[in-house]
Ligand binder design. Structure first.
Ligand code: GLN
Length: 304
């Protein structure tokens, strides 16, 4: 099957749809991104790949990085991470504070901001150089050595990250943050600032479609059982209060970020990354979601 042709067809159809979203301007540095860029890259577990549009242009992956930091903690940390966070869909926006008060500082899952901040606290505790360890881990999943943090984006978000500081302070008050707040938040803002393109993103998620093994190196990242669980978490929590919509319309486990990227996987088959910077009201890529909905509908390649 030649998916490049399918990509072109869907792209043409979407040209007729008005892109009603807006780029993420609450992080000042992201407000400058040209909103008309569009890229997609699919890679199969057998090594076939298909690219379209701006598939090689790097962008800010933002919350997609929450999957990398979670997997690193899940695979390397000996303590029980589920004592520090839950695994239920939150049904609230990614930066919401409300549940934390009721749940005594225990985030609903690792893919909302509060959960990802706790994961950073765990990594600061357990790894010698967490910032370097996260980066080398992500590079080891791809064939690319150019993946890096963008300090300008990290700094820009740090200066305007009042909600994230509110989350970390509340959790510290409940005793669920062990380390110095600044150390934890520096790691959190760094991982949010990671820049990757659709090609690198689809490659880096392929182990989740391949029972936890990186196809091009044979390295085992997670056991099949933990791979299943990570995919289940992406399915139920990867899109915040739009996880139901994404499951209903696209039908794949996946993760979004406010840079306009979405990555999704079909276990045993493929990983796909799409990028379109304008976001819907829930902070997910407006055209990216439409594109993936059309793709899994036309090709019948959803898990349902
Ligand atoms: N860095 C962003 C934040 O903390 C990540 C949010 C996202 O991509 N959904 O607000």
């Amino acid at each position: 099957m030649n998916y490049s042709k399918t990509f072109q067809e869907i792209y043409n159809e979407l040209q007729r749809v008005e892109d009603i979203g807006q780029v993420a301007n609450y992080i000042p540095e992201l407000a400058h991104v040209n909103p008309n860029q569009f890229g997609v890259h699919l890679i199969t577990v057998n090594g076939e790949y298909f690219a379209f549009g701006d598939a090689d242009v790097k962008f800010s992956i933002q919350s997609i990085a929450k999957v990398f930091s979670f997997v690193l903690a899940y695979s390397r940390v000996k303590s029980n991470i589920w004592e520090r966070m839950d695994l239920e869909p939150a049904g609230t926006p990614f930066n919401s504070l409300v549940q934390l008060e009721y749940d005594k500082g225990i985030p609903r899952n690792p893919f909302i901001n509060a959960g990802a901040i706790v994961v950073c606290d765990i990594l600061v505790d357990e790894l010698a150089s967490p910032r370097e360890n996260v980066l080398s881990f992500i590079r080891s999943l791809t064939k690319s050595s150019t993946i890096d943090y963008n300090p300008l984006v990290a700094h820009s978000e740090k200066k305007s990250g009042f909600r994230n500081y509110a989350l970390v302070n509340l959790m510290k008050a409940f005793g669920n943050i062990k380390n110095d707040i600044e150390k934890v938040m520096d790691l959190y803002f760094s991982i949010c600032s990671l820049e990757m393109n659709c090609k690198e993103l689809s490659e880096s998620f392929l182990f989740l479609a391949n029972n936890g093994i990186v196809p091009h190196t044979g390295e085992k990242i997670l056991s099949p059982s933990r791979t299943k669980r990570t995919n289940a978490l992406m399915q139920t929590c990867g899109f915040y209060d739009e996880a139901g919509q994404f499951t209903f319309k696209v039908g794949l486990p996946g993760k979004s970020g406010v840079g306009g990227g979405i990555v999704a996987v079909h276990p045993e088959k493929y990983a796909i990354a799409v990028w379109s910077p304008r976001l819907n009201k829930k902070g997910n890529s407006y055209k990216g979601m439409l594109f993936l909905e059309e793709f899994t509908t036309k090709t019948k390649l959803s898990i349902f």
